[in-house]
Write a protein that binds this ligand. Structure first.
Ligand SMILES: CC(C)(COP(=O)(O)OP(=O)(O)OC[C@H]1O[C@@H](n2cnc3c(N)ncnc32)[C@H](O)[C@@H]1OP(=O)(O)O)[C@@H](O)C(=O)NCCC(=O)NCCS
Length: 154
C-alpha cells in the first residue's frame, strides 16, 4: 500500500497532468484499444469538458502525481492511476472518496479491460448491460457497472 497519499481537487493548472495520466494508463492497460484522439485533443477535452463539468480529484504520492477521478453526479466518467502506482491502493482511495460523496455510482468500462473489471467487482459493483460497442467512439464492446451503495446512505 502507498503511504503519504494526498488528495485535492484538480484545477485548470493540472490539465496537463490529467491528460498525461489518462494517456499513459490507457496505453498500458489497453494496448489493444483503438486510439481515436491525439494527445492535444485529449488535453483540450480535459480542459474544456472534464474540468468544466466534473468533480475532479487528483491524488499524489511521494513519487509524484498518482491518479485522478472525475465524477458528474453519480456518473464516474474517469478513474485513472499512473502505471508506476498501480496496485498500491490509489484507485481504491479515489473510488472510496466518490462512494462517500454520492449514494450510488455508475460507469462504463471496456469488456476486455479485465484489471478494471476485477477492481470494480471487488468494490461491490455489478455488471449490468453489455453492449457491442457501437455507441462508443472506439467501437469496443463495453459493460455498464453499477454500485448501489450502502442501505443507510440513501
Ligand atoms: C483500474 C485501476 C483504476 C485500479 O487502480 P489501482 O490503484 O491499481 O487499484 P488498487 O491498488 O486500489 O486495487 C488493486 C485491486 O484491484 C484489482 N486490480 C487492479 N488492477 C488489476 C489488474 N491489472 N489485474 C487484476 N486485478 C486488478 C485487484 O483486485 C487488486 O487487488 P490485488 O492487487 O490485491 O490483487 C488502475 O489499474 C488503472 O488506472 N487502470 C488503467 C485505467 C483504467 O482501466 N481505468 C478504469 C477505466 S473505467
Amino acid at each position: 500500500m502507498i503511504r503519504d497519499l494526498a488528495m485535492r481537487r484538480a484545477t485548470l493548472e493540472d490539465v496537463a497532468v490529467l491528460a498525461e495520466i489518462h494517456l499513459q494508463a490507457r496505453a498500458s492497460a489497453m494496448p489493444w484499444l483503438t486510439v481515436v484522439h491525439t494527445p492535444d485533443e485529449v488535453l483540450q477535452y480535459f480542459k474544456e469538458q472534464v474540468l468544466a463539468e466534473s468533480d475532479v480529484w487528483l491524488a499524489a504520492g511521494l513519487g509524484g502525481f498518482a491518479g485522478f477521478s472525475a465524477r458528474r453526479d453519480t456518473e464516474l466518467d474517469h478513474l485513472y492511476v499512473a502505471p508506476p502506482f498501480w496496485r498500491l491502493g490509489v484507485g481504491t482511495a479515489l473510488l472510496q472518496m466518490a462512494m462517500l460523496t454520492v449514494p450510488r455510482l455508475e460507469l462504463w468500462t471496456f469488456q476486455r479491460n479485465a484489471g478494471a473489471r476485477q477492481f470494480y467487482e471487488r468494490h461491490g459493483f455489478t455488471a449490468t448491460p453489455f453492449t457491442d460497442g457501437a455507441a462508443n467512439e472506439e467501437n469496443e464492446p463495453d459493460v455498464r457497472y453499477i454500485w448501489e451503495g450502502p442501505d443507510d446512505h440513501a
